[in-house]
Ligand binder design. Structure first.
Ligand SMILES: O=C(O)C1=C[C@@H](OP(=O)(O)O)[C@@H](O)[C@H](O)C1
Ligand SMILES: C=C(OP(=O)(O)O)C(=O)O
Length: 443
């Protein structure tokens, strides 16, 4: 479901030192997958720490439409009674995935090898995003697919009657493409193989193994090769969702740029396929300690202690991009407060997210007095150690753009504004109270 249609302008201003603990929400990628795999298993899956952002709520509603029984037991505590692999029933309404690329692409994969028909839609942002990257391989499983011009939503999928397994090299580094294919492969007899040139986030692989699927991953001359054996009986599992490193990035950034700050961010996922931002920040000279490393819900987690830091610009290599793909907007804000240029290479995928994130960040940073250079697949932010601020950024229905510019204002000389804070609820519904609790002046 799309969030409120009324734009909500917001402003943030230079704040005193940020202090305290930031309990960021559950990981969005893992939350989507827990609901989908719960719906595809036999028995009751109990999920704790689920992100209750709009993107994930839309996936829960979609799973109900395909026949799963889903209940909210308490805050972040959800129960899913699944229908088993191949057990989805035909929905009697259009599946509206709102703003969520992960939701729509994974769910299209999950139903494409079951002989039912479903139509998918999304908000204005999702309806602009490319879907052929997923529907092309799904057609090769035997599904019949009709899309709007350019392979966009709305899309109708007639699931394969007699699915055949697929061997597929992904053309771009994308965990959503990989996951859609693996989920489709669940109901195809035999082995489905996905080959990635760069390894992307591996939550689907970890969780499929946890639910009892036979799945292997190895690095060969071809790349990172994942092999799934189809038609397993997935067994319902408890899932404890770790806190989202992509959401943690916002309070972490705020503490780094606001003088005198020191915050603690407990229980954040340290999955090595998601740690590119943290590696980059350490390169820039950030004072971040990772305390109490441990395993929770099959994922490595740690408590972060973050202090205000003097930062220096760095070059982020293209090979790191997929390990921090959602963190470039907030990195470009942090880079504006650093001394010198920060160069981000190999980031063309940012142009097909909820907005064209290179364009949205470049225009918003310029409006706040920061010099930016861009090419199709790179962005350079010229940091001056201070940010004038005073500008308004257009957020284009993009939660990460909205949060990034609110964080910028906390350290800038003049307040910074955004045209619409509504999209924040897609991934971080408690962003404003959490930041205010740390001492941030925003709203
Ligand atoms: O699989 C996932 O959960 C995600 C994969 C990434 O997208 P791509 O697969 O398009 O890179 C990321 O940007 C998105 O926020 C979440
Ligand atoms: C790109 C993102 O999400 P999605 O692709 O699921 O819309 C994101 O959360 O930054």
């Amino acid at each position: 479901m799309s969030h409120s249609a009324d734009p909500r302008p917001m402003t943030s201003r230079r704040s005193g030192p940020l202090k305290g603990e930031a309990q960021v929400p559950g990981d969005k990628s893992i939350s989507h997958r827990a609901l989908i795999l719960g719906a595809l298993s036999v028995g009751q899956t109990r999920i704790t720490g689920l992100l209750e952002g709009q993107d994930v709520l839309d996936t829960a509603r979609a799973m109900t439409a395909f026949g799963a029984r889903i209940e909210r037991v308490g805050p972040g505590d959800w129960s899913v009674h699944g229908v088993g692999v191949g057990g989805f029933c035909e929905p009697d309404t259009v599946i509206d995935c709102g703003n969520s690329g992960t939701g729509v692409r994974l769910i299209m994969g999950a139903m494409a090898t079951t002989a039912i028909t479903a139509t998918f839609s999304g908000d204005a942002s999702l309806s602009r995003r490319p879907m052929a990257r997923v529907t092309d391989p799904l057609e090769r499983f035997g599904a019949r697919i009709t899309a709007r011009e350019g392979g966009r939503l709305p899309i109708t999928i007639q699931g394969a009657e007699d699915p055949v397994p697929l061997r597929y090299s992904t053309p771009v580094a994308s965990a959503q493409i990989k996951s859609a294919i693996l989920l489709a492969g669940l109901n195809a007899p035999g082995q489905t193989v996905v080959i990635e040139a760069e390894q992307t986030r591996d939550h689907s692989e970890r969780m499929l193994a946890g639910f009892g699927a036979q799945i292997t991953a190895e690095t060969t001359d071809e790349g990172h090769v994942i092999t799934l054996t189809g038609r397993p009986e997935l067994r319902a599992q408890p899932v404890a969702v770790p806190r989202d490193p992509s959401s943690a990035a916002f309070p972490v950034a705020a503490a780094l740029i606001v003088p005198g700050s020191e915050i603690r961010v407990p229980g954040v996922s340290r999955n090595p396929t998601r740690d590119g931002l943290y590696e980059t920040l350490l390169d820039m000279g950030a004072d971040i300690a990772f305390r109490n490393p441990r395993e929770e819900g099959g994922e490595p987690v740690a408590d972060l202690i973050v202090r205000h830091s003097r930062l220096t610009g760095v070059t982020v290599p293209a090979e790191r991009a997929s390990r921090m793909i959602d963190e470039f907007p907030i990195l470009s804000v942090i880079a504006a407060f650093a001394e010198g240029a920060t160069v981000m290479n190999g980031v063309a995928e940012l142009r097909v997210k909820e907005s064209d994130r290179i364009d949205a960040m470049a225009r918003g940073l310029e409006a706040n007095g920061v010099r930016v250079e861009e090419t199709h697949d790179s962005m350079t932010v010229h940091g001056m150690g201070r940010v004038p601020g005073g500008g308004t950024a257009a957020t284009h229905l993009d939660h990460r753009i909205a949060m990034s510019f609110l964080i910028l204002g906390l350290g800038a000389q003049e307040p910074a504004s955004i045209d619409d804070g509504g999209p924040i609820a897609t991934s971080f519904p408690d962003f404003l109270p959490l930041m205010r609790e740390l001492g941030a002046e925003l709203g």
